[in-house]
Design a protein around this ligand. Sequence first.
Ligand SMILES: NC(=O)c1ccc[n+]([C@@H]2O[C@H](COP(=O)([O-])OP(=O)(O)OC[C@H]3O[C@@H](n4cnc5c(N)ncnc54)[C@H](O)[C@@H]3O)[C@@H](O)[C@H]2O)c1
Length: 384
Amino acid sequence: MTHRSIGIIVNGVTGRMGYRQHLVRSLLAIREAGGVTVADGTTIWPEPILVGRTETKLRDLAARHGLTDWTTDLASALARDDVEIYFDAQVTQQREKAIRQAIEAGKHIYTEKPLAEDTAAALDLARAADAAGVRTGVVQDKLFLPGLRKLKRLVDGGFFGRILSVRGEFGYWVFEGDWQPAQRPSWNYRAEDGGGITSDMFPHWHYVLEELFGRVAAVTCVTATHVPERVDEVGRPYQATADDAAYAVFELDGGIIAQINSSWGVRVYRDELVEFQVDGTEGSAVAGLRTCRVQHRAVTPKPVWNPDLPATEDFRAQWAEVPDNEEFDNGFKAQWEAYLRHVVAGEPFRWDFLAGARGVQLAELGLRSAREGRRVEVPELVAR
Ligand SMILES: NC(=O)c1ccc[n+]([C@@H]2O[C@H](COP(=O)([O-])OP(=O)(O)OC[C@H]3O[C@@H](n4cnc5c(N)ncnc54)[C@H](O)[C@@H]3O)[C@@H](O)[C@H]2O)c1
């Protein structure tokens, strides 16, 4: 059995996503599991090189996990021959510049979404990476969540018949930061710092819709900044200049209508922080991050509208749980493993920069729809 170490720069490792999901729950978890084994028996062993802006933070973080390889100098890390992959979980605004450096250094690149701040930049990165012959990937973690995997199983198994519509509800209350600290970074609420819920969430909705139901052909969107003033990490009030809610209708190829609300100004009366209801001629499903429930045509009740009577049925009780039937790993880790197999063994991996650029495009067009108060068609993006 061959052991294959692979140097991976983890830039933005001190951030929420970089640390928890990518370093601890993915790369270190892969090491704890003994690496990733590919078809020819080779075991891929990730060697993280922690990159960030603050020495003390990096040193402490490395020490906490018995790691020694860290630097504040991205260029020197990119110049190393033992580094094969550049990974980016920095704030979105810093991403494009760093990815360009990584392409020039000839590294394979995996990145958090959104790939870039606008479609032109994202497409340009996709083309540059392609021309440099490096293998790219963009995080599409929701696809690997148990709830959505079960939903995909239902789609693939023909459970729904003809799918009519999808309605998604995402969000929770993000504290303003005054009497209780906010649970998200303040840059998320400033447009000038790359914030906004549309840019943040539409790349996710794009790949969920595209992978499960069909290409997004048009978008109609209304955005809002419901909470105009917030308080940052050091207690300073600031103007929230970015959208904190987006109410959108997506028209998909094949006639499916998807309607998704995204909001950081909503209180949760749902089973999960995101839920998608799919209605089809043969059956319906409601999927969250972990669970998925179904109701088949044959067991669909026949409610009759009568406001004079209290509800006569326990509607939630009429749905059946879709069994796991397999073990689901952390979604970020599962996608990392697929990306590592792609880089080392050439296994297929379709969540590349071009897919990431399509997500950026949907966010950009959603914002345009909101700004101009109209429906916007989504042109197909091509590699060149
Ligand atoms: N896949 C997902 O579900 C998901 C969820 C949340 C965020 N994200 C994405 O991950 C990225 C990071 O988000 P986060 O929530 O971890 O943010 P965060 O603020 O917690 O972390 C940002 C990281 O970028 C670094 N950084 C580099 N240059 C910076 C600068 N000039 N100003 C501020 N920070 C700078 C910070 O040091 C930190 O390590 C974003 O692109 C975001 O869109 C993805």
